[in-house]
Design a protein around this ligand. Structure first.
Ligand code: ADP
Ligand code: MG
Length: 654
């Protein structure tokens, strides 16, 4: 059992059964309340003439409660040699106490810790939006083994087991319907809320909800490899990675905090020395200055927006592995699409068999299918499926090898069989003229034609057709409306590529590419247009996916290599979701800009207030913390909550 899923499941269980009593989520709001209580008591006590010692005790309580997490964070940062805004706040509060302004300092700590609690809550909401995916796994499943039906833990389901799923149950594995029919709600994986009809032979995904019928599902992926567990793993990683702007702001925080401390020190010393003002009121002003000038809102503006956007995208079926790709996507002007499996469904079917003289169809398909049985390529699967239907006997291949983008070869019954790209196979023997004409005719019809060779003898050609995805033309058009160019990159023949591109509405086609050449074309596109997004599914797309600023992998049909080298995963292969992701990334960028402009404006305004209208500390703190909360809420609202509401409303309308 893979550690990742076990961990995730353990986390999921501990999350909802055991909440540690002294967790920050539990303690922080209570400390905020205690701070407020101590402030109010001390304030009233002053009027009522409480003894001095009691008042001091109340003030100290308000400082300890209000400053607890600030001091803790400040010390943690200092240990790593870093200065952060928490330190500035703590210093300002201590400064206020030094000149006897206990109440003002306590109010500062109260508002600061309150705003931190609110921020944590808002950001926690985004995290929970993703965490809720954990709860999609049922704990046990009914599995038919032989004649018996057993109830087993889902981690004990083995490949090839048949899992029985009743209406209202969540599907525990990725698999294929082997019997029955139903409608399945796949919204957890794809974000699409309309149930999808499932018949025998259809794929189903772990975490999706069986609505009406009874399904027998053949388990095709072990629990730790299901689409859902991959999403969870990827999202966990995404939350740790930082966008470039965020990294920049982190560095900025350091310098800026040092600058503030230095200026405040100078400000405390110089004016009184010059006899411009008395020490006491100048010191107070310095504390206000330190508070309002610190960049709390600024540094939270980026991560809060991106966390919300990543959560929102994940709910819509697009998984960003980090803030960086979200930021990049907004700047992308070109989308490069792989053809097979990406623009097309990737389930080609054999349509024509062209046998060489004196070769029978059975001989042709048996040879090809024997070798392809070992390949993962969509063309291979189609050839094997055709062989099974034709009931030919397959032989065991030996010394199998596959070259991505070229084809496969193996020894079968002592003879070398090659299946693959015609130009590649022709290095061994030239295609007979009689077949060349038929080949070009098939290719102009958009069919992919592969060669089959036995030693140096041509066995024939196999033509396969793959339907383009219904949503592909829509996506290309929507991208064009957003001024984004679509191009096609494919290893397939030029005629096939052009015929399919025409159907979809793509004008720029690069065909007959080897995997490295896909990466090369990508480099050319980068030189011409800047940032490029690449969408692909296969091993042959991996170099290009890694090279692109934004690599987008098909999450359902995609190979593991593609999933790993990509920055973004499209759950359930829903191509049309790309346009939502593009819009969301543009929106996230706008929100970040708004937030940065807003926080800078508030800092400037409050700083001005310190000098012009002698802004009192509580007001300064209110403005400063208020802006921090507004920035976080702006991200949460416009990137997570509103899109979610819009999605729901749209779903209800249909
Ligand atoms: P795409 O870029 O459209 O996804 P590939 O790069 O995977 O296509 O494949 C390019 C060409 O290489 C195919 O059109 C086919 O001719 C040949 N090929 C690759 N793998 C195989 C295979 N397993 N069996 C037969 N032909 C293959
Ligand atoms: Mg492909």
């Amino acid at each position: 059992m893979n550690a990742v899923t076990t961990n995730s499941q353990q986390q999921m269980q501990t999350a909802d059964t055991r909440q540690p009593v002294l967790s920050e989520a539990w303690l922080a709001p209570r400390l905020v309340a205690l701070t407020l209580l101590a402030i109010v008591l001390s304030f009233l006590g002053e009027r009522a003439g409480f003894p001095h010692g009691l008042l001091l005790a109340l003030n100290i309580v308000s400082y300890l409660a209000g400053g607890f997490y600030g001091v803790k964070t400040a010390i943690e940062s200092l240990r790593q040699g870093q200065i952060d805004v928490d330190l500035l706040m703590v210093l300002a509060a201590l400064g206020a106490a030094v000149i006897g302004q206990w109440h003002e300092g306590a109010v500062l700590l109260f508002l600061f810790s309150l705003s931190n609690v609110l921020q944590d809550y808002a950001i926690g909401r985004s995290r929970n939006a993703i965490k809720s995916l954990f709860t999609l796994y049922p704990e046990v499943a009914k599995v038919r083994r032989g004649e018996k039906v057993e109830e087993v833990k889902i981690t004990e389901i083995e490949l090839g087991d048949t899992v029985l799923i009743e209406p209202g149950e969540r599907i525990p594995v990725d698999g294929e319907v082997s019997d029955g029919s139903s409608a399945v709600d796949e919204s957890a994986i794809t974000g699409e809320s309309i149930p999808v009809d499932k018949l025998t032979g259809d794929r189903v995904y772990a975490g999706t909800l069986n609505k009406v019928g009874i399904l027998d599902v053949l388990a095709l992926r072990a629990a730790e490899q299901t689409t859902l567990s991959r999403i969870i793993k990827l999202v966990e990683e995404a939350q740790e990675s930082k966008a470039p702007t965020e990294r920049f702001l982190d560095r900025f925080e350091q310098r800026y905090a040092k600058l503030i401390i230095l200026s405040v020190l100078l400000f405390i010393i110089i004016p009184p020395l010059l006899g411009l003002t008395d020490f006491q009121s100048n010191f107070y002003r310095a504390m206000v200055l330190m508070t309002v000038a610190s960049p709390c809102a600024l540094i939270i503006s980026v991560p809060s927006a991106f966390i919300s956007a990543i959560a929102s995208a994940a709910r819509g079926g697009v998984l960003f592995k980090g803030g960086a790709s979200l930021e990049q996507l907004a700047a992308t002007k070109v989308f490069a699409f792989d053809k097979t499996g990406t623009l097309t469904i990737g389930e080609p079917r054999v349509t024509d068999l062209l046998c060489a003289p004196r070769i029978t169809e059975d001989e042709l398909i048996a040879a090809a299918a024997s070798v392809e049985a070992r390949s993962e390529h969509p063309l291979a699967k189609a050839i094997v499926a055709y062989g099974e239907r034709a009931a030919v006997t397959l032989s065991r291949p030996e010394r199998f090898s596959a070259v991505p983008g070229h084809g496969v070869r193996a020894r079968v019954d002592g003879r070398e069989i090659r299946v693959g790209r015609i130009s590649q196979v022709e290095r061994v023997a030239t295609l007979p003229d009689s077949m060349r004409q038929a080949q070009s005719k098939l290719e102009s019809d958009g069919k992919t034609v592969v060669a089959v060779l036995r030693d140096e003898q041509w066995l024939g050609l196999i033509a396969l057709a793959d339907e383009s995805r219904a949503e592909a033309p829509m996506l290309v058009k929507a991208l064009a409306d957003a001024d984004i160019i679509s191009v096609m990159l494919t290893g397939d023949n030029r005629r096939v590529a052009e015929s399919i591109a025409a159907e979809i509405g793509i004008e720029r086609v690069y065909a007959e590419l080897l995997p490295e050449q896909k990466a090369e074309i990508l480099r050319e596109l980068q030189a011409e247009f800047g940032a490029v997004a690449m969408v692909g599914d296969g091993i042959n797309d991996a170099p290009a996916l890694a090279m692109a600023e934004v690599g987008i992998a098909m999450g359902g049909a995609g190979t593991d290599v593609a999933l790993e080298t990509s920055d973004v995963v499209l759950m359930g292969d829903r191509l049309e979701r790309i346009i939502d992701a593009v819009k969301l990334s543009a929106l996230a960028r706008r929100v970040v800009k708004q937030n940065i402009a807003f926080s800078l404006a508030v800092i400037a305004l409050l700083t001005l207030g310190v000098f012009v209208v002698e802004l009192p500390l509580p007001l300064g703190v209110l403005g400063h913390e208020g802006s921090t909360v507004i920035v976080v809420l702006n991200g949460l609202l416009s990137l997570l909550l509103l899109p979610e509401i819009r999605r729901r409303r749209l779903a209800r309308k249909r």
